[in-house]
Design a protein around this ligand. Structure first.
Ligand code: GDP
Length: 457
């Protein structure tokens, strides 16, 4: 992994920067015992790229007369191996002799340096930071690690300065790979069509779909069916909120009654299929007082299979007693039965009273954004390299499978292609490892994620 070293005199905020970059969640921090008490190491994923971060802190107790020496001693070995040095100064206290001394030394080490002026809150701080130009290490980047200001810029700057990964960029794909890509992109519509978001409401009979529909439309605009002579299927129901129109599809299917030869159970599934085909986002309505039934899972599976984006609606929330427990139980049941529903957005409300209903459409829109998301190829491959090096694919018949690179072929739902040798033998659990990683790293909760495997020449 590329190594990023944080250096600078005591109290400039190195540890805070370290914590910002490593984060609590991904921290693998160990205070190295013994000789190098002065450094802290962690692993971080910065913009999809895995890096090792070394904090050369711990100098705080040093006596002033030994300060220069100790700063240097503790940093020397770390800086020697660094792919990038983050040299920090304190914008509030200005440039000190120790900063100058260290900068002079650092300039002679021949490692790439990014100069950081920390504690530069607000506009005043940014102005103070400019003083650091005088150190001769290039333009200072003003941040406030404590307040989180400029941290995103810092991450971008770090990634820009790291050595490139050795994965081929997409323009180096072979001709055959490119053809595969083009074909996969054509398989389904990819570009967001003009016009309203198309939304379907599905669920078992009596879950409260019609009540929800009427609630969404507002009491005064209750739909009572089409004008005589029109078929029910021809009604287009539009919702409007501040963010633009949403078209409810298959409102007819919502109101259809079972034919004599159909059981109610069968009907709700077949009605759902029709609605799904027309929709982009699907609200799966459950009667929360009843928990999750096999048929709900069946409908959820359909939504996943069709690659639609799903929001789970827990209706009749007014009648639920232990709310926290119910919510968790339902989510667990859905997620354990359907791996692809991990992180699915859940909204609980009462369609009858209207309580909580205002969260529904914003959640629908957020889910729609995720479903349409495109992950930049660079970030994707940096992430991929990290995943594969952390956990290489297993041996198959004594030979290692090679995974070369990944690209997003399309959105709606997010669909990725992994190129490599003998990818047809990539085990399911490894595919799941990649899919779960994509979901977490690139923030793709609740949407189906497709992973296509291609053998590349
Ligand atoms: P659909 O078959 O899914 O369209 O279900 P309906 O909308 O016809 O509702 C089925 C039954 O559940 C009706 O008796 C509704 O009054 C009732 N219901 C719907 N929403 C709620 C709710 O939020 N709370 C409660 N307590 N009952 C509800």
């Amino acid at each position: 992994l590329p190594v990023v070293v944080i250096a600078g005199r005591p109290n400039v905020g190195k540890s805070t920067i370290f914590n910002r970059l490593v984060g609590r969640r991904q921290a693998l921090v160990a205070d190295t015992p013994g000789v190098t008490r002065d450094r802290k190491e962690g692993q971080a994923t910065v913009r999809g790229r895995a890096i090792r971060i070394i904090d050369t802190a711990g100098l705080e107790e040093a006596a002033p007369d030994t300060l220069y020496g100790r700063m240097r001693a503790s940093s020397e070995s770390a800086v020697a191996t660094a792919d990038l040095v983050l040299f920090c100064i304190d914008a509030r206290s200005g440039i000190t002799p120790a900063d100058e001394h260290f900068a002079n030394w650092l300039r002679r080490q021949g490692r790439p340096v990014l100069l950081i002026a920390n504690k530069a809150e607000g506009r005043q701080g940014a102005a103070a930071a400019m003083e650091a130009f005088s150190l001769g290490l290039g333009a200072p980047l003003a941040i406030s690690a404590e307040h989180g200001e400029g941290v995103a810029d810092l991450m971008a700057e770090i990634v820009d300065r790291l050595p490139p990964t050795d994965l081929p960029p997409v323009h180096k794909l072979t001709r055959r790979d490119r053809r595969v890509l083009a074909e996969s992109a054509e398989e389904e519509e990819d570009v967001r069509p003009p016009g309203p978001l198309r939304l379907a409401i599905v669920g078992r009979p009596n879950a409260g779909k019609s009540t929800l529909l009427n609630r969404l439309l507002g009491e005064e605009r209750m739909i009572t069916g089409p004008e005589p002579g029109l078929t029910r299927d021809s009604i287009a129901v539009m919702l409007n909120d501040d963010e633009g129109p949403i078209q409810l599809v298959d409102t007819a299917g919502l109101r259809r009654k079972a034919r004599i030869d159909e059981t109610l159970e069968k009907m709700s599934v077949s009605a759902s299929i029709e609605a799904l085909k027309m929709a982009e986002v699907v609200i799966l309505v459950l009667d929360a007082t009843l928990g999750v039934h096999e048929q709900d899972l069946q409908i959820a599976r359909l939504i996943e299979r069709e690659g639609r984006c799903c929001v789970l609606a827990l209706n009749k929330w007014d009648a639920v007693e232990d709310r926290a427990e119910t919510r968790q139980a339902i989510r667990d049941r859905i997620e354990t039965s359907l791996a692809q529903m991990r992180g699915i957005p859940v909204v609980s409300f009462s369609a009858m009273t209207g309580a909580g209903i205002n969260k529904l459409l914003p959640t629908v829109r957020r889910a729609y954004e995720v479903w349409n998301r495109r992950v930049p190829t660079g970030a994707l491959n940096r992430w991929f390299e990290m995943m594969v090096s952390r956990h290489p694919p297993p041996l198959v018949d004594g030979r290692r499978l090679k995974l070369r690179y990944i690209t997003q072929a399309k959105a709606r739902p997010p669909t990725f292609i992994v190129f490599g040798t003998r990818t047809d033998q990539l085990p399911e659990d490894y595919q799941r490892y990649l899919v779960n990683g994509l979901r977490e790293t690139f923030d793709l909760p609740g949407t189906p994620i497709r992973l296509l495997l291609r053998a590349s020449s």
